[in-house]
Design a binder for this molecule. Sequence first.
Ligand code: NAP
Ligand code: MG
Length: 399
Amino acid sequence: MDKIMMKTPLVEMDGDEMTRILWQMIKEELILPYVELKTEYYDLGLPYRDATDDQVTVDAAMAIKKYGVGVKCATITPNAQRVEEYHLKKMWKSPNGTLRALLDGTVLRTPIIARNIKPLVPAWTKPITIARHAYGDIYKNTELKAPAGSRAYLVVEDAQGRETAREMIHDFQGEGIVQGVHNTAASIASFARSCFTFALDAKQDLWFSTKDTISKTYDHTFKDIFQEIYDAEYREAFEKAGISYFYTLIDDAVARVMRSEGGFVWACKNYDGDVMSDMVATAFGSLSMMSSVLISPDGCYEYEAAHGTVTRHYYKHLKGEETSTNAIATIFAWTGALAKRGELDGIPELTAFAKRLEKATLDTVESGTMTGDLVGQSQGVPVHRVNTQDFIRAIASRL
Ligand code: NAP
Ligand code: MG
């Protein structure tokens, strides 16, 4: 076949350890034979981040803003041990945090479902995507211990420093604790738009849940902003697409999610999303069967795997031992990005190729050929456990 041509470059962000190895294999075996790949390459591997004082991460974010679509390999977030291991100049920040801050995005995580890999909740036959608001609430809190006999107040000042509101939080008879949290209308609105846009793209219903009956101003503001934006900007498109927006209390949502068959997007406040995404990921199998995309309110997309650099497998690989690392999440990062590029640039064959690569990947697992992490959860077909490279080769021959 003729190779598929691209128009606009994809922002390619390389990464670290085992996933850096997967990255190369995926490109060579699954993409380059079929696509005249056009990327703008940024090496977000830790050595180059260190060499550029992390400027490369900022440059990559600016490139995503320019071109609209990026694909990112998992990267090390350095800790003290990594500073020593890589002789780093300093403990650089998480690249994902930097990208998220610059793109002002919402992270959406969707399980990748193969028929023979059984979810722990049997009713869940379709994926549940969690959209987590990644700003504010308890993640940017101010908290104090309150001694016995103290009084805590909530005070608001205007721009000139004049007090405009004061409410007593509590009059402490015994000792206690007190916490201040905030969010901004702009951040909530951008979160809402990312969720509505994603649901439209996926042609799935959007659920949103807070505790607005108890938190009548704070959580209720989330509810109101979502509703206003839905009515003004999305209702028509939702109705045309045959999907709906559904608001309910968080505890009601949890009960309904458990009874559902999946197949919707669940928008969650920061803490709810933190907790619920781990629960949903675990119930669907593992982080290696989870795709993840960061969507910015101005319509930029950054695709990645939900897992890390799989350090334990990498150290085995360095010792010359065989590994069985699952490439699926990283493959789906590439297919998500290529399909989106095809859609934005009007190249249907590129989008179709991405869908075919996804199908070849799932068909491989469903035929029984899989990496070690999936073996325990597989049901129905005889299992053929393969190593890292042979799994990618099996997909390639199917493709
Ligand atoms: P991890 O890389 O996700 O791996 C944790 C364990 O999960 C692995 O040891 C492995 O279990 C299993 N696993 C994860 N992905 C797998 C795959 N594709 N195939 C098979 N098994 C898989 O998390 P970590 O070890 O805590 O973190 C390693 C590094 O990744 C850290 O430096 C961290 O900063 C970074 N990290 C990056 C991102 C990101 O860039 N998005 C996210 C999280 C962590 P077994 O060992 O039992 O086989
Ligand atoms: Mg968590």
